[in-house]
Design a binder for this molecule. Structure first.
Ligand SMILES: [Zn+2]
Length: 427
């Protein structure tokens, strides 16, 4: 890793634990961590000051649902792309994601432990990464991209490419589920991902039906928890969602048709909802523009018609809501923060939306002591913006984030930082 400088940022408005911003304060960083935060910190000879007056400082964003390994929705293109090219494009996407202000990601399927570990070793520039490796699906379920013509087994239309050491994606019956969970953990999974209902992008004309039996889901959670690995469930609604929460999954991905009873159960079990609004908005718009196949278009419109309801239901019940973009295309990676204004429009206050983008994801990922808040002792994962976030619509624009620190390292140096460095270089 690069050498991390010690420094003090002067007069920033910092996001606090309520989701609001402080009056201008100083933030001192040493060894990549916040060591002091408050108004008028005394000067320290050893630590250079950077005047950040007029800027806003937030914790680095935590995106708990990305598919960093996928860059196109065209199965033919994905099939023709060599695996090494996919890895190279993935590193590029992760770099863009980091520079957009996302300092931590949880990959929801596709990314393997090798990329995670290469990033951690500093071989490439990207966020801190947790991986779920290969999502598990029942035969004919949401993750099954079976091609009937050649009779080929493909995971989610080849969004998740085959490569040496990759666990198989299909599991039927408790014994096979147990084995696939063990294979994923052997492959380095931080999370186990289960597809428990259909999805908009499912193959064929199926609807959002229940997939996996209660016994299969329970077995997966039990087996994973024996190894200290949490489980996340792709679930749009219905009894499969309820059963997944009862079985003990830590997060419900999408949850489009979340009921009040589901939300009450999630609040009781401390299960997080990851609503992934931005990708569904894009799919619904693509359906209206005739840009997706008819079966996908029907499902995209059905989701678009109720989009955001789940956020209101979850909020009313006190369910933790975390930002997840579900991005899986080269045109999407790096625009992750566009989920923030949609969370606000779906019913979260400005403050709640900012906490959903930062603290909630850190809590879900077990990293609350490390990142997601600006407090003494935390790693300095932080982003700088040059205007009051107001109604949050600035996050619709790529480039809203003007500076990014990852564990104290200025990976996207803010102009104020660069000016200070240029000054220092000419002395
Ligand atoms: Zn996804």
């Amino acid at each position: 890793m690069a050498d991390v400088p010690d420094f003090t940022l002067r007069r920033v408005r910092a996001l606090d634990e309520t989701g609001g911003f402080t009056d201008p304060v100083d933030v001192r960083v040493a060894g990549g961590r916040i060591v002091a935060l408050g108004a008028g910190l005394p000067a320290d000879r050893e630590t250079p000051d950077h005047d950040f007056d007029g800027t806003w400082l937030l914790p680095g964003v935590v995106d708990v649902h990305v598919h960093a390994m996928t860059h196109s929705h065209d199965p033919a293109e994905l099939l023709r792309t060599p695996y090494s090219y996919r890895v190279a494009e993935t590193l590029s996407a992760l770099r863009r994601t980091l520079h957009a202000g996302v300092t931590t990601v949880r990959d929801a399927g596709g990314l393997d432990a090798g990329v995670r570990d290469a990033l951690a070793a500093g071989l490439a520039d990207g966020p801190r990464t947790q991986v779920s490796v290969v999502p598990l699906s029942q035969t004919g379920g949401h993750g099954d991209g079976f091609l009937a013509g050649p009779g080929l087994d493909l995971s989610v239309d080849y969004m998740i490419p085959d490569h040496p050491g990759r666990p198989h994606h299909l599991a039927d019956g408790a014994d096979e589920v147990r084995r696939r969970v063990r294979e994923n953990i052997r492959a380095g999974a931080d999370w186990i991902k289960l597809m428990v209902t259909g999805g908009v992008m499912s193959g064929g004309s199926g609807n959002f039906d229940e997939q996996f039996t209660v016994e299969e889901v329970t077995t997966a959670v039990h087996e994973a928890s024996r190894r200290g690995v949490p489980v996340m469930a792709h679930a749009l609604g219905g009894p499969a969602l309820t059963n997944a929460v009862r079985a003990g999954v830590r997060s419900i991905e999408h949850g489009v048709w979340l009921t009040e009873a589901d939300a009450a159960l999630m609040a009781e079990r401390d299960t997080t909802l990851v609503p992934t609004l931005v990708v569904y908005r894009q799919l619904a718009d693509a359906a209206d523009a005739g840009a997706v196949p008819p079966t996908v278009a029907d499902r995209a419109r059905a989701v678009g018609a109720v989009l955001g309801e789940a956020v209101r239901v979850a909020r009313a019940a006190g369910v933790r809501i975390a930002l997840g973009s579900d991005f899986a295309h080269r045109d999407q990676h790096g625009r992750n923060l566009s989920e923030i204004p949609l969370l606000h429009r779906a019913g979260l206050s400005v403050e709640e939306a900012l906490l959903a983008a930062t603290r909630s994801g850190a809590e879900l990922c077990g990293l609350a002591d490390e990142t997601g808040t600006l407090a003494v002792g935390r790693r300095f994962d932080a982003i700088v913006i040059d205007e009051d976030p107001g109604d949050l619509s600035l996050f619709e624009h790529p480039g809203a984030v003007r500076g990014v620190f990852r564990a104290g390292e200025p990976v996207l140096p803010h102009v104020r930082w660069s000016a200070r460095c240029r000054e220092a270089a000419t002395v």
